[in-house]
Design a protein around this ligand. Structure first.
Ligand SMILES: [Zn+2]
Length: 45
């Protein structure tokens, strides 16, 4: 991961983009998808 990434997921992990975080620990970060297929659609890293 670099400071020049254009990847939204990496920006969220780095804390440079806001996200509705559902779970966050040393291994996993889960947050609501920006374009949900259904209510509650989540994305995890
Ligand atoms: Zn990324």
């Amino acid at each position: 991961m670099t400071d020049t990434t254009q990847c939204a997921s990496c920006e969220i992990v780095a804390g440079r983009l806001p996200a509705a975080k559902l779970f966050d620990d040393e291994v996993v970060l889960a947050f609501l998808d920006i374009a949900p297929v259904r209510a509650g659609h989540a994305f995890r890293t």
